[in-house]
Design a protein around this ligand. Structure first.
Ligand code: SAH
Ligand code: MG
Length: 213
């Protein structure tokens, strides 16, 4: 998400921790910065991690490692982020990101299709938080997995859950029908108040947050 709005600048000036490592990663991302979460959204993830005693996280979609490093920074020393990424080039770039900070040692970065990798790591569960930010058509599969491998009281967080307007209005041309169907089901299921304490935080692109009851 772009970060150069006055609102976001103000928010980070006041509430963001001055953070040289993360700022450097944003610089290195260049054009891909758009695809990553913003620094304001990183701050929301950090707020949730600290507030809900999160120590063991699974992330779907590493990209260049910005969100994984932001999360790792607020974990205790024995905390861990397992981050899953399909593109070898993204995975390699992220490895550099993780090397650039002492908090990178809390990150286990895996390369492959998340649908396979999630099965490989499930023995490391139960997890405290699952952050879903990979291919949008996979969100329901990832949710099915997260529901099984998350501890009670843990968090499921999904990014881009407005699907650029596709869940409530006309989908943009780059959103496929399968993405619209998946994202609507994802939000609907997480809105079930008998299973979750949840909401959709109206960030620019939508951030669904759900605590497993
Ligand atoms: N969480 C990152 C952004 C992730 S962008 C951040 O905020 O910094 C989405 C990423 O998911 C891309 O790098 C893309 O290559 C990856 N991806 C897409 N489909 C995938 C799949 N099936 N398995 C694993 N990763 C996938
Ligand atoms: Mg995203």
């Amino acid at each position: 998400m772009r970060v150069n709005t006055d609102q976001q600048k103000y928010l980070i000036d006041v509430f963001g921790l001055p953070d040289k490592d993360l700022a450097a990663v944003r610089e290195r991302m260049g054009e891909k910065e758009r695809i990553s979460i913003s620094s304001a959204e990183a701050r929301i993830l950090q707020f949730l991690i600290r507030g809900f005693d999160i120590e063991k996280i699974v992330e779907f979609g590493t990209l260049y490692g910005y969100s994984a490093l932001a999360m790792a920074k607020v974990l205790p020393d024995d905390g861990v982020v397992f981050t899953l990424e399909k593109e070898p080039e993204h995975h390699r770039f992220a490895a550099e990101t993780f090397k650039s900070s002492p908090h990178g040692k809390k990150i286990v970065s895996l390369c492959g299709d998340a649908a396979d990798l999630m099965r490989e790591i499930e023995g490391k569960g139960p997890f405290d938080m699952v952050f879903i930010d990979a291919n949008k058509s996979g969100y329901v599969d990832y949710l099915n997995w997260a529901e099984k491998h998350l501890r009670r009281g843990g968090l499921i967080v999904g990014d881009n859950t407005f699907l650029w307007g596709g869940v409530y209005g006309t989908p943009p041309s780059h959103a496929s029908e399968s993405q619209v169907v998946a994202m609507k089901e994802f939000n609907k299921r997480l809105s079930d108040s008998s299973k979750y304490n949840s909401t959709l935080i109206p960030t620019a692109e939508g951030l669904t947050v759900a605590q497993k009851l």
